[in-house]
Write a protein that binds this ligand. Structure first.
Ligand SMILES: *[C@@H]1O[C@H](CO)[C@@H](O)[C@H](O)[C@H]1NC(C)=O
Length: 264
């Protein structure tokens, strides 16, 4: 179970990054916010919570060990200037509000969401790409879209990737309406534009995105603002579905909504 939590937290980091990097944290649906924090809390406070989840009962000696461990954890937090809100006893007993405040404060001060040291990617090639664009691109590629997206705007001009993303959020795509490569030499752009028009149509109707003033032509032109407007809604929709699919979300639903601004 611990491993699953660790893996889930690891995999959701790009999504957390996206949520926070976008300055969206305060505008998130309040029911989503505790889920973000719970991912963090579950990774930080899994041991005390374990008791409530019906894990093996602890002996007195183990409780003393837990207190000692909590104290040394707090001594480390002190070095970071983050020893606030909790005592070792709060950590061990799993006081949700205080632990939440502690972890939120730690996260706010040290989000540690720097770019990964990935040997496979030549970051210098990506200069000129904003952090936001890179996040969107990585998100798409992490979902296994084909072809691989190397450039956010140019690689979406035939809308094939966007249509694949619709499928990930359970918007049905009628692939018989879609023009696929290789495109004919003559009129290739027309074929791509038709795909773009279809992508906007799906976004407006079944997906119910807000696409006022966005046409297929804008995607086909690679208009940055308007492409981002669509991609952002796709990503938000997919990540919301992802959070809902997490196994412990049922545990989270009764948690009070968290207002980050009061914790900063
Ligand atoms: C993108 O579309 C918007 C809205 O139609 C427009 O104002 C803007 O000039 C376009 N950008 C480019 C680069 O064409």
């Amino acid at each position: 179970f611990f491993k699953i939590v660790a893996i889930s937290v690891f995999h959701s980091t790009p999504i957390l990054l996206m949520l926070f990097a976008h300055g969206e944290s305060r505008r998130l649906n309040p029911s989503q916010l505790p889920i973000c924090w719970w991912l963090l809390i579950k990774s930080a406070c899994i041991f005390p919570k374990g008791k409530k989840l019906g894990w093996r009962r602890r002996q007195n000696k183990e409780e003393t060990d837990d207190l000692k461990r909590a104290e040394s954890m707090l001594q480390q937090a002190d070095k970071l200037g983050c020893r606030q809100f909790v005592t070792p006893a709060d950590v061990v007993s799993g006081n949700p509000k205080l632990n939440l405040a502690f972890v939120a404060n730690l996260f706010n001060k040290y989000p540690a969401l720097t770019k990964p040291e990935n040997q496979d990617i030549d970051w210098t090639l990506l200069e000129g790409e904003t952090r936001e664009e890179r996040t969107f691109r990585n998100w798409m590629n992490s979902l296994g879209v084909n072809p691989h997206v190397n450039h956010l705007y140019a690689d979406l001009q035939d809308a094939l990737v966007i249509l694949q993303l619709y499928e990930r959020i359970k918007v049905p795509v009628d692939w018989s309406k879609v023009n696929k490569p290789p495109y004919p030499k003559l009129g290739a752009n027309m074929k791509k534009l038709e795909n773009c028009n279809y992508a906007v149509e799906l976004g407006k109707h079944p997906a119910k995105f807000s696409l006022v003033g966005i046409g297929g032509q804008d995607l086909n032109d690679g208009n940055q603002t308007l492409t981002l407007a669509l991609v952002w809604q796709l990503m938000r929709s997919q990540s919301t579905a992802y959070f809902k699919s997490l196994p412990w979300v049922g545990l989270v639903q009764n948690e009070p909504a968290v207002d980050c601004s009061s914790m900063a």
